[in-house]
Design a protein around this ligand. Structure first.
Ligand code: OAD
Length: 251
């Protein structure tokens, strides 16, 4: 009989795997921040890519073509995420981190909500919208002279500043990626949470865990290309499912 917690049905065997796990890894996508009011990318009508063209906003070519538009779009998103609060899904994940000897949180999100929720061992695969870098030197710039010109310019070399996020066609931070695959390959339990599993190389992490013998659990109200390969799928919002998993673990 599945355990009913928060009206989420969790198979007893899944709870057993959770209880016996020693090395856990989790991959999160925009879905875990949806309940904080931060738009996802691909949800119909509400997703960013349903309303904006990523080619116009999230590529190096777009930045070269119209740096001010790209800078202002990310400033709008930064404002939005910094007004948002971590939701019960983020908070439960931060608490789950403390329940296991080894726990690695790998996120595709750039919103910084996991750290604000209390997660600590975080790998940011796609950067962080609250960090600004020089578009030429690629080093972090924490302050710059006030100016009406947007984007602001690097105080060292005069190039435009940009958000420290990965754009389409750009390579991911290689050290972060290597650590993410290592965590996935060593995991005996892997959670894929709130991601459409459409963007590589992040979408390969759950499969890497599976191939190395992990129990892999997908948490998403919708099916994804990975769903048929998962050990378990829990079709529900992360803000309800993760607290339910935490509660089942503690019982
Ligand atoms: P997507 O917008 O592609 O997918 C969001 C997923 O979250 C979908 O599968 C939804 O079904 C699911 N979802 C929605 N609400 C949810 C909830 N309350 N709880 C759990 N899941 C929910 O976002 P990502 O998979 O994160 O790339 O997209 C991956 C990458 O594509 C992003 O990192 C970004 C984007 O272009 C870069 O910024 C480089």
């Amino acid at each position: 009989m599945s355990q009913q917690v928060h009206s989420i049905s969790i198979p007893p065997a899944l709870i057993e795997s959770l209880r016996s796990a020693q090395s856990v890894a989790a991959l999160t996508g925009a879905g875990i921040s949806a309940e904080s009011g931060v738009p996802t990318f691909r949800d119909a009508q509400t997703g960013l890519w349903a309303n904006y063209n990523p080619e116009e906003l999230a590529t190096p070519q777009a930045f070269r073509r119209n740096p001010r538009l790209v800078w202002e779009w990310y400033a709008w998103r930064r404002e939005l995420v910094n007004r948002a609060e971590p939701n019960p899904g983020h908070l439960a994940l931060a608490e789950l981190e403390r329940q296991f000897p080894r726990f690695t949180l790998i996120t595709q999100n750039v919103d910084g909500l996991h750290r604000r929720a209390g997660s600590r061992n975080i790998i940011e695969l796609h950067g962080n919208i609250n960090r600004t870098i020089c578009s030429s030197e690629r080093i972090e710039v924490e302050s710059w002279p006030e100016s009406d010109e947007l984007p602001p310019r690097c105080p060292h070399c005069g190039s435009f500043l940009r958000p420290d996020v990965v754009w389409f066609g750009e390579i991911l931070p290689q050290a972060a990626l290597a650590r993410a695959f290592e965590a996935a390959e060593w995991a005996d339990l892997f959670l894929s949470i709130g991601t459409s599993a459409l963007v590589q190389p992040a979408a390969s992490l759950p499969l890497a865990a599976l191939q190395h013998g992990a129990v892999v659990i997908e948490i998403n109200p919708q099916p994804t290309p990975l769903t048929s390969r998962m050990t378990y799928t829990i079709p529900g919002p992360a803000g309800q499912v993760l607290p339910a998993l935490l509660e089942a673990l503690k019982q």
